[in-house]
Design a protein around this ligand. Structure first.
Ligand SMILES: Cc1cc2nc3c(=O)[nH]c(=O)nc-3n(C[C@H](O)[C@H](O)[C@H](O)COP(=O)(O)OP(=O)(O)OC[C@H]3O[C@@H](n4cnc5c(N)ncnc54)[C@H](O)[C@@H]3O)c2cc1C
Length: 316
């Protein structure tokens, strides 16, 4: 992932996203420790300007028309582990690195993080998860900056649900996540690594090598819809979970292209940048997919990927 230092203007965010698309940040700063992150967060909250946190950019699409206000690239990375299983980790630490370090300390619980590229902060915002586990499970408290004030809050403050938290919703006060405390149970090292390896193996065949943001849309939880789809594997039908990729493929959109953006051929819920996709190509392809799935199944897909910046030209 690209790095930059200092306080700058008009910086392209493309290299800071895994989709390799999008426009410029009006103002940009890279922070490397909690004090710098706190200062940048307090400054932007007290001056009232827009503030956008960027971790590894693996779940965002910045508009081609740019991102107003301050974009903070979070490169904080401290992880401290105590013998009793208490973990204190900066929001900018790699989610997979957090798994590796806690596993090395003989702690279990984060095996599912293998293969999820991104920072802990980005993982918290979307309650990242896989294989029926998610990041919110072991948290004990979170330190944030909100309204210009640094404070610890209970995890319930985040209002976690499936791939969602309060910080994904526009109507609430924006906060910056500084660090977390979590308590992980002691595990058997061989079991921890075997489980992580198995998850990694399952991902290898599914994930395409081209730039993407992983699954673009959230899966749909609906027993009625699941029961109406005879082709859906029985465990999913029973659980009432309909993968977005199933609906996209059944709408005939696997491999569908728009400009430089393409629906994955291996995994229909991935939007790939085949080389020179603009953010608009990706956005417009996503809208086409949503319209097609809505007209075929009567279901409105919801993006897992977050559109950041000024999208007014496309939403008008
Ligand atoms: C190949 C691939 C596979 C993936 N697989 C999975 C998967 O299995 N499960 C899954 O859940 N996700 C998956 N993802 C999506 C993504 O990796 C996760 O959502 C990841 O946790 C995002 O972290 P990030 O640091 O890249 O966040 P970013 O994309 O940089 O940011 C995401 C959002 O969080 C906000 N944010 C980031 N840090 C902070 C902070 N400190 N304070 C406040 N707000 C903040 C940003 O402003 C933005 O709104 C995958 C992505 C890819 C490319």
């Amino acid at each position: 992932m690209a790095e930059a230092t200092g306080f700058q203007s008009s910086i392209s965010l493309k290299p800071f996203t895994t989709l390799k698309a999008g426009g410029e940040a009006e103002q940009f700063i890279c922070v490397r420790n909690l004090r710098q992150l706190e200062e940048a967060a307090v400054w932007s909250q007290m001056t009232g300007g827009a503030c956008t946190l960027i971790g590894w950019g693996s779940n965002i699409l910045p508009s081609d028309d740019g991102v107003p206000g301050l974009s903070i690239l979070n490169r904080t990375r401290s992880i401290q582990i105590q013998p009793n299983g208490l973990v204190l980790a900066d929001s900018g630490c790699g989610f997979q690195e957090l798994f590796l370090k806690t596993a090395q300390a003989g702690l279990r619980g984060l095996e599912f993080a293998v293969g999820i590229p991104g920072t802990l902060g980005g993982a918290l915002v979307s309650n990242a998860g896989a294989y029926r586990s998610s990041v919110s499970e072991f948290l004990t408290r979170i330190e944030i900056v909100s309204g210009g004030i640094r404070k610890w809050v209970d995890p319930s403050w985040m209002e976690f649900s499936y791939r969602d938290s309060v910080l994904r919703r526009d109507d609430k006060t924006k906060a910056v996540l500084l660090q977390i405390e979590m308590h992980l149970p002691v595990g058997e090292p061989k079991k921890i690594y075997d489980e992580a390896r198995e998850y990694q193996r399952q991902r290898i065949g599914k994930q395409p090598p081209s730039p993407s943001a992983g699954s673009f849309f959230k899966n749909v939880n609906s027993l009625d819809l699941a029961e109406s789809l005879p082709g859906l594997p029985i465990p999913l039908r029973t659980a009432g979970v309909v993968p977005a990729g199933y609906l996209i493929e059944a709408s005939g959109l696997k491999g569908h292209r728009h400009g430089g953006a393409e629906m994955g051929k291996r995994h229909a819920n991935f939007i790939l940048n085949t080389g020179n996709a603009s953010a608009a190509d990706i956005y417009e392809l996503a809208q086409h997919v949503k319209e097609s799935v809505l007209s075929k199944f009567g279901v409105e897909l919801e993006e897992e990927v977050l559109y950041i910046g000024n999208w007014s030209r496309w939403r008008a």
